[in-house]
Structures are given as C-alpha cells and as structure tokens.
Write a protein that binds this ligand. Structure first.
Ligand SMILES: *Cc1c(COP(=O)(O)O)cnc(C)c1O
Length: 414
C-alpha cells in the first residue's frame, strides 16, 4: 500500500493544480511590488487562451512560480506556497512510496538534474565531514566505480576533493570486493579518513547496479568513516519497480541520500532531477547569506521553476503506482524480447536482468547501423560498446528493423 501515491483522474489533477496556483501570489490582482518575478511575457505567452484554462501544466509554466530553496524544512517564500505544497507531496511520494523511507523523515527538492543532485550530495557530505570531524579537504575522498557518471568528476573538481574509482569487471560490469578493498586501502595510505561513496542504481552506459554490500562490507571491515549516496539518476524510476527486494532503499541504514532523474525514465521535462536525503543533513549546505530569500537557501541551484515539480507530480499521479508498475513491466518484456533476438544471432551484449539498457559489443555493430538507429557509443573516439535504451517509443516494431540490419551486417561467424 502506498502512503502518498494514489492514482488521480484528470479532473482531480486539474483541480489540485489550479487550486495550488490560486494559493500562490497573483501578480494581476494583488499589489506585489518587491520581487524580481512575474508571469511569463504576455505578448508571447497569453494566459487567456481558452485551452490554457484546461491545461494545468501550461498554466503553471505561464504563471511561472519560483521554487527557490528547499521546502521540506524550515520556512520558504510565501509567494509560492501553493505550488510548493505539490513539490512537498512529490518528495514524499519519491522518498516514501518509491524508496521506502519513513513519512516525514527525508528532505529533498527538485534539482536541475542528476548532475546537480549528485553534486548537492557530495557537497553536503564534504561540509559534514569538515564540520563534524574538523576534516580538511585533503582528508576526504569520493569513491565510486569506473562506470559512474561523469558528474562525480565534476563534483570532485568543483569541491576540490579527490576521487578514486573502483574498477569493474569488463564483462559483468560488477565492482569486486577486492577492488574496493584495494582502492580504500590506497586512499587510507594517502591520508584519506572520510569517504563519500557513490553506489549506482543503474549506470548510464550499461544499466548495471552496484552491489552495495560489497561496498559496505569493505567500508566496515576497514573501519571507514563514510557517507553513502545512491545515484539513481537513470534507474530511480525503473529499478525500484523491477527489484522488489532491492537493498537500495531508505530501509538500508547505510544509505543517506538518493538522486533520481524524472527527465529520463519518467519522461518529465528537463530540469527535473530529484534529490532526497535523510533529515538532518541539508543544514550542512545552508547559505545563510541568502538573507533576502525567506527561509534561506539549502540548494545548489537558486531560482528554479515550480512548473517542473508540478509536471513530475502530474506524471506520477496520473499513472498511479499500478500504472507505473505496468509501464515498467512492458519495457522489461520488450527488453527481454530484444535480448533473445540478439542471442539467437550470437551477438554479444551486456544487460542487467532488471534493466532496460542493452549494450552491444562494438564489433557487432557497424558505424552505418549505429548512426541509422541512433545507438550511443561508450566513447565517440574509440567505441567499444553501443547501447540501446528501451524507452516508451522504442517498440518491438522499431527494434525489429534494427535486428534486420544487424542480421545483414554481422559477419557470419560460423
Ligand atoms: C544521466 C545521469 C546523470 C546526470 O544526470 P543529468 O540529469 O544529465 O544531469 C547522473 N548519473 C547517472 C547514472 C545518469 O544516468
């Protein structure tokens, strides 16, 4: 049973969103003179067209609420409290109903994307170690796998802390305990005392999922002080629905925070990264100098569109939890179909059984086929792999065309 996530009809959705917009400031009817914000330029975006009155998302875009700050703790800008409430509900749906957190025990916000949410996490833990343990930047180190997203390298660069990568097996894409052990011991020998560990819930290129126990066993065995963040930018709206017994939830006491991207598998507009963290940590990045913002600012981004949060909320409640489960089920079935076809052609590929990414060895794909079907390489200069991502529009009819082309281009290996 879901606590917050209930399927809603279009009528209910409309009435909730329009009510929320009404609870926001109204620049037409009220005298709001002090904020650098207004509705979208009405010469271009007309609020009065009749179709807009039936379109809650477009109306939200045009009224342009600013969700600056974090709305799950302390105070927020009162001008946009109506739609901020929808964002709070969305955070609860993601933290409690998708990731099994306890109600009211997590903070979070809608970030610009997975990159920001990952940097936000690493920023929080860096400051946490510096405050709690009087650590210096040199004592802190990011640990992630070599299949991790490049946002970890951005975070390392921006926050001026080291990053160390655990090798993965080239066939299974798994991190091994020996590899983790080696990386951590080397870091310790170099004076690292505090570890910011990233565990992947579906990697960008392979859809692989890290074995969190491999990390936590080694971190415990080597008596490490650590904080663990799960990068579910790709998998956050997928993997929790294919692995019922996932260890990557807030039930796992080793995990402190998550990134999920609604603009990937949830088909939301860009600008919808979801950052979630157990209560008590956001405070490490409060910018108290943000004194003109009511409630100050605990986020990396600053001003951000409230319409983004509304879009994600609408998508989730329109589908409802069972609709979502069915949507993912269909993508799993198509992925299985495709894997079967590839196996019959003796084409080598990687696929995690709970994922919708199929990554094919480059020797089975010629450049023309890759470009014709928009297959993405791991490396544009020297591709070793090409991936297929089974999205909503990637139907079996379309996959069949790729199979036909692969059949005629793959060398007869017998
Ligand atoms: C896409 C992705 C990111 C980055 O997300 P953006 O929304 O593009 O910033 C981070 N991690 C993983 C695993 C991803 O797939």
């Amino acid at each position: 049973m879901k606590t917050y996530w209930k399927k809603k009809s279009q009528e209910e959705i409309k009435s909730i969103v329009f009510k929320a917009l009404e609870d926001n400031v109204n620049y037409d009817t009220q005298n709001i003179l002090g904020i650098p914000a207004s509705y979208l330029d009405s010469k271009v975006f007309n609020q009065d067209s009749s179709f807009i009155r039936d379109a809650p998302f477009i109306s939200s875009l045009i009224q342009n609420p600013n969700h600056i700050g974090c709305h799950t703790l302390g105070k927020s800008e009162p001008f946009f409290q109506g739609t901020q409430k929808i964002e709070q509900d969305l955070i609860e749906i993601c933290a409690v109903d998708i990731l099994k957190g306890e109600p009211g025990k997590q903070d979070g916000y809608i970030a610009s994307g997975g990159t920001e949410a990952n940097i936000q996490a690493i920023w929080i833990y860096r400051n946490y170690f510096m405050k709690q343990n009087a650590a210096k930047r040199e004592d802190i180190c990011i640990v992630c796998s070599e299949d991790s997203h490049y946002s970890m390298d951005k975070a390392s660069n921006l926050l001026a802390i080291d990053i160390r990568k655990v090798p993965v097996d080239k066939d299974t894409r798994k991190v091994k305990e020996e590899g983790i052990n080696k990386v951590i011991r080397e870091a310790q020998n170099n004076g690292k005392k505090h570890f910011i560990v990233i565990c992947n819930m579906m990697t960008t290129m392979f859809g692989s999922v890290d074995n969190i126990e491999a990390y936590t066993n080694q971190l415990t065995e080597l008596s490490c002080d650590f904080k663990l963040h799960v990068d579910g930018a790709y998998g956050g709206f997928y993997f929790p629905f294919t692995d019922e017994n996932s260890l990557l939830t807030f039930n796992n006491p080793h995990i402190t925070s998550f990134t999920l991207d609604a603009h990937k598998m949830a088909q939301a507009p860009y600008g919808t990264g979801v950052f979630l963290i157990r209560k008590g940590y956001m405070q490490n990045v409060n910018t108290s100098e943000a004194s003109y913002v009511e409630g100050e600012d605990f986020t990396l981004i600053g001003s951000r569109s409230g319409a983004n949060a509304i879009a994600v909320w609408m998508i989730l409640v329109k589908n409802g939890p069972f609709g979502w489960q069915e949507k993912i089920y269909i993508l799993q079935k198509r992925t299985e179909w495709m894997c079967k076809q590839l196996s019959q052609l003796d084409i080598e590929f990687y696929r995690h059984s709970k994922s919708n990414i199929i990554t094919i060895r480059s020797k089975f794909v010629n450049v023309e086929v890759a470009s014709k079907f928009g297959l993405v390489p791991d490396n544009h200069l020297k591709p070793e792999w090409f991936k297929i991502v089974i999205m909503d529009h990637v139907t079996i009819e379309k996959l069949m065309l790729l199979i036909e082309d692969l059949k005629s281009t793959v060398h007869d290996k017998s």
